[in-house]
Write a protein that binds this ligand. Structure first.
Ligand code: SF4
Length: 194
């Protein structure tokens, strides 16, 4: 979360919350326990950004020729109290298409919710509807189209409400029920019950 406005979440916060609610708790209520230094985080971000940038030049989406392409687009909604930066927004005459590039091999639910949040923020920023988005799996060079359904939008709003509840009460949430998520989790040594 940006320090300037503690009530403003980022889409990355949201994605991590969907992955495991406890990660948000550690990051916001116990920020000192995070075992990753700023330098490591920046190095990791650069590592993820480079293949994204290279790929943008080659990606092909149907109808892309008629769209204006904006990259690394900062977006914010006061209504949602949410901000983020979208990898790419395709701006058509009457609609938007948001694109998120992923190094992952498959599309998880948390990626879809993240994409829906980006779509909602893009709508607030450009005042055009964003009814679909694309998750681009870099390794497989595969574009997965995702419809931004009302269900996904409600999931974003519900998650934001729950996130606010955690940061307000500072109550530690239950661990994720998907214990496979714990295998590579950087917070695993702090979770004694998984
Ligand atoms: S180890 Fe598991 S329960 Fe603990 S924060 Fe990580 S994903 Fe969540």
């Amino acid at each position: 979360m940006p320090d300037s406005n503690p009530s403003l979440f980022t889409v990355t916060d949201l994605k991590q919350f969907i992955y495991c609610q406890r990660i948000l708790y550690y990051q916001t209520c116990l920020p000192d326990v995070r075992p990753v230094t700023l330098k490591m985080k920046m190095g990791q971000q650069r590592h993820e950004d480079e293949p994204k940038r290279a790929l943008r030049r080659t990606m092909r989406i149907e109808g892309i020729e008629s769209a204006k392409r904006d990259f690394d687009v900062p977006v914010q909604s006061d209504e949602l109290a949410l901000s983020g930066q979208i990898d790419e927004v395709l701006i058509f005459d009457d609609s938007l298409l948001v694109v998120d590039y992923k190094l992952a091999k498959r599309v998880g639910q948390h990626f879809k919710v993240q994409l829906a949040a980006y779509a909602m923020l893009a709508e607030a920023t450009f005042d055009l509807p964003a009814l679909r988005g694309i998750l681009y799996l870099i390794g497989k060079r595969e574009a997965v189209e995702v419809t931004i359904t009302m269900r996904l939008r409600n999931q974003v709003k519900r998650a934001l409400d729950e996130m606010r509840q955690i940061t307000t009460t500072e109550a530690m949430p239950e661990p994720t029920s998907n214990r496979r998520a714990c295998i590579d989790c950087e917070f695993r040594r702090f979770c004694n019950d998984v």
